[in-house]
Ligand binder design. Sequence first.
Ligand code: ZN
Length: 192
Amino acid sequence: MTLTDPPQGYPATDPLVTLARQLLIEIGEDPDRSGLQETPERFARWWRDFSTYQAGRVETHFPLSTDGQTVVVSDIKVWSLCEHHLLPFSCTLSIGYKPGSHVLGLSKFARIAHRHAHRLQIQERLVRDIAEEISKVAGTDDVAVIGRGEHLCMSMRGIRTSALMTTSVFEGVFRDYGPARDEVIKFALPNG
Ligand SMILES: [Zn+2]
């Protein structure tokens, strides 16, 4: 094996490998220099892993009556890719809902969040997609999702405004300003 061989087991015929070599050339690099020789294969593998991510089953739920309690799961951190720049953004999510006929297992919130993050996204749609799936899986319209994101496409370019962006979706009982929405915001943003 020489230094120019691809990482073991990675198919050199993957078109993403060719694309990455071309990208290196276009930005003025020598793809054959020491340090970059395996970069196209690593690039290809990373993109394939990202785009075929499996978050696991999300169907699990438990029959339970919660007498109208609000359930909030907060501080779920996901990484996604901004579809405008193909650069990462992190998003810290809080998901609240009032269970209908059943409650969701705790791990399901994170799985749903990660699954929707593992594609090209904008933060507004990420939050919306998660809210819609929680609503469907939990069988309730009463869903709130709040996301706080930091976008490398903003922070790396040194824009002097805050690089933190907050987006939210409030549906069902959380849609109108009032006690239900206040409660879910208090749980979601305890220091906010
Ligand atoms: Zn961007």
